[in-house]
Each structure stands twice: as C-alpha cells, then as structure tokens.
Design a protein around this ligand. Structure first.
Ligand code: IPE
Ligand code: IPE
Ligand code: MG
Length: 237
C-alpha cells in the first residue's frame, strides 16, 4: 500500500453477507461463516501489517440470537475453534484481543475461550482487535448507565464527574472513536453497531460479501477514506 496514505486509527468492520455468499453458491449458510473466518484471518494480518491501531469487528449482534438454533450453535462452535486454534497467528503479529458485548447468555465454553484469548494476548502491543460478540449499541448504553448509577449510589462519583471522557471510559472498552466504518454486502445500515463511537466516522459500503473482502478490497477502502474531507463540525479547509 502507498505509504503516503493516512491509515484510520480505529476501523469498524461489519462483516456482513456470509449467508448470501454461501446461498449463491448452492451451499448452506454456515459455509459462509466458515469461509468468512479465512478472510478474517488474512484481513487481521494485513491490518496489523499496514499499521491499523484499533479494529472493531462485528461478529455477532445481540439480535443474532433470533436466528435458527442450528446457525447460532454453528457460530458459537466456530468462535470456540477460532479463539482456541485459528487465532494463534495473533501472537506472532503482536495483536491484542479484547471483547465488547454482554456475557449473558453466551455459553460457558465460549466465555472460557474468550477469556483465555484475552489473557494470552494481553501484553501484545500492535493492533488492538476489539471483537464485538453478543454486542449491541443499545445494550452497551443500558449496561453503561447501570454501572454509572451503581458508582453514584456507592458515592464513588459525583454528577460533575460525568462528561464525554467519562462516558467513553465506561463503555465496554475504552477505545478512541471510530474513524471509518466498513460494512460489506451492500446493506446501508449500522444494525446496532457502535452508534455512539461512530458519531464522526466516515462510512464505506462495498458491494461484496464478507468472505470475498480481500486485502486488495481493504486497500481500496483505505484509498477511498483518503478522499474524504472530515470536518468534525468545523469549516472546510
Ligand atoms: C454476517 O453474515 C455474519 C453474522 C451476522 C454472524 P450474515 O449471516 O448476516 O449473512 P447474510 O447477511 O444473511 O447474507
Ligand atoms: C449485523 O448483520 C451483525 C453482524 C454482521 C455480526 P445482520 O445481518 O445481523 O444485520 P441485519 O439483520 O441485516 O440488519
Ligand atoms: Mg446479514
């Protein structure tokens, strides 16, 4: 990639279109998730190599529990396999993993695999990979509000302590705001992904299903980001 390009500090990726990718090839939906894992591994290596500092990946929404049990079970199994085996390359790339989302009602073996991965990678210093699993922006705001109310009730904070910095620190993870949100598959919506963090993000909606989102397509997204004129409410330069 051209070294003059600005790399967004925090990129959010809504990895959508796995089911359609499989269905268009006459396969069952879960094959799309399996192939998405290969794409994801290559993409993580690439993001670490080009110097992305934070990447938030939407892996499973709070609403995705509405899906057929067979698909949900397959995804939970795939998470365990990924975290325990497939993600070993993260150590070589010095990638640190954190998770955002509600622990309830994730199965115990998924939680254990998540905790182990967080612990194994906690001292790594390159890319921070924030995996959004059983994540929803609404749930995050509800959970944050409850935590803050507890702190207030216990006398640990005063009303004056609540400001934007404090809110960021009390989200599931204390990460800088999103600079760029990429959603594959052509859908033009957030689907409950990091609404608060995306307030001044740029958006990009490539018409490709996630399993086909190659490193080259990611590079194209970065070129597009560099054409944007971000103003944050100020005046155009
Ligand atoms: C995204 O792909 C993966 C998850 C939501 C877990 P989908 O499974 O939503 O695929 P489509 O959008 O139905 O094609
Ligand atoms: C968003 O995709 C969630 C993930 C990619 C994990 P969905 O496929 O669940 O979103 P909708 O239902 O099309 O809005
Ligand atoms: Mg979808």
């Amino acid at each position: 990639m051209n070294s003059n390009l600005i790399i967004p500090t925090h990129i959010g990726i809504i990895m959508d279109g796995n089911g359609r990718w499989a269905q268009e090839r006459g396969m069952i939906r879960t094959m799309g998730h399996k192939n998405a894992l290969k794409t994801l591994k290559a993409l993580c290596i690439h993001m670490a190599d080009v110097g992305v500092k934070y990447a938030s990946l939407y892996a499973f929404s709070t609403e995705n529990f509405k899906r057929e049990k067979t698909e949900v079970d397959y995804l939970m199994g795939l998470f365990i396999e990924s975290f325990k085996k497939e993600f070993k390359f993260l150590m070589e790339k010095d990638v640190r993993v954190v998770f955002s989302g509600r622990r309830e009602p994730l199965p115990k073996n998924v939680l254990e695999a998540m905790d182990e991965l967080v612990d194994d990678t906690k001292d790594n210093k390159s890319l921070v990979l924030n995996i959004c699993l059983n994540y929803g922006s609404h749930a995050e705001i509800v959970d944050m509000t409850k935590n803050i109310c507890e702190l207030y009730k216990e006398g640990k904070i005063k009303l004056e302590d609540i400001n934007e910095e404090f809110i960021q620190k009390n989200m599931y993870q204390d990460l800088p705001p999103l600079d760029y949100v990429i959603r594959t598959s052509g859908e033009l919506r957030l689907s409950n992904f990091m609404m608060y963090q995306a307030s001044y993000a740029e958006f990009y909606f490539p018409k490709v299903y996630f399993p086909d989102f190659t490193e080259e397509k990611f590079d194209k997204a970065i070129i597009e980001f560099n054409k944007r004129n971000r103003r944050f409410g100020g005046v155009k330069k």
